[in-house]
Design a protein around this ligand. Sequence first.
Ligand code: COS
Length: 379
Amino acid sequence: MQYELTEEQETLRRSIRDLAQGIIAPRAAEIDEKAEFPEDIWEQLAKYGWLSLVIPEEYGGTGAPVLTTCVVIEEIAKVCASSALILAVHSLGSTPITIAGSHEQKTRYFPRMAAGEHLAAFALTEPGAGSDASALGTTAVLDGDHYRLNGTKCFISNGGVAEIYSVFAMTSHGVGTKGISAFIVEKSFPGFRIGKMEHKMGIRGNPTTEILFEDCLVPRENLLGKEGEGFRIAMQTLDKARPGIGAQAVGIAQGALDFAASYAKQRIQFKQPLAALPAIQFKLADMAMHTEAARQLVYKAAAMVDKGSKEVSKLSAMAKCFASDTAMWVTTEAVQVLGGYGYMKEYPLERMMRDAKITQIYEGTNEVQRLVIARGVLG
Ligand code: COS
């Protein structure tokens, strides 16, 4: 079964493509070079409603299907993976509230997130809890009307620029993952501090930071769901969000393929365009084949999330893993098509190759994805 987009999704694709090509593409190299968060692009995404896609309609959002969000992320990532992350992480950070938030919590937080005024982030990872997401050291102790949070989160995308954080912390010990709870934490809460800013290989236009909780006071009403439900909320969130990273990877791969193909038509070697050489044609053909296969898997996983399929953990993991491995391979091949020029910062391919690498690592390493897929296969 092929995942064809609806007329509306195709229209949205054309519309975000115009914004991506016209406004984001010319900024991409500079954003990477300066490692600056593109406030101007955040503004554009907010102004034209792209950040509302991931917020339910009844709370001021568009409530778009995950598949639509994937198409939008893909188009932005074709030209700038960092800019695509603004939406991908807004989606990741808001999903725990969509899944487990009460009507009051949604009424309070969603309208400004839909307007793009408040960005969201997802704070699960810690220095000692990466792939082993249940080994959290951050604690949350109930103290009157507040929980008191202490601990350190790391590698938080949208760190510092987000206003709202979905945070996971231990509320009881000795009961494994059942001791983890989820909270909505505002940047302005007392005891919340942004720590070290990371210097990264790629996605340099998105701030990746530590978050420190130093007796951070979180109102009791900001607990998401019930105590002990945090791990399930985190895993369900990742199931829904991973196709978005797959979409980012597909966008990076397509952007690299498009650039390499157009270069190959112009670059003359051996008295003919590179594109006339079978060695280059075969490379481009393989790159196109893998990219299209990854796109179909991402669209299928997204459609399955939208349908609420039971297979969603396995399919989301497949989509994220396959698409990110594809992006890494395609961008490496694209650099090769350009030869020495591909290695130079004057061309966008070395940036795309660096950006592709993180898609194999974040939102669960591809080793974790293979573990999840194997569990799905073996039952
Ligand atoms: N949906 C709902 N519940 C889930 C779930 C899912 N996708 N995955 C696991 N659970 C539940 C299990 O059913 C189990 O519940 P019970 O105790 O009631 O049976 C509980 O959660 C623990 O599950 P499990 O035993 O599988 O946990 P593990 O510690 O083995 O962890 C992995 C499994 C490795 C898959 C998990 O830690 C993980 O996804 N790690 C990567 C984290 C990640 O992606 N980090 C990226 C940073 S966030 S950008």
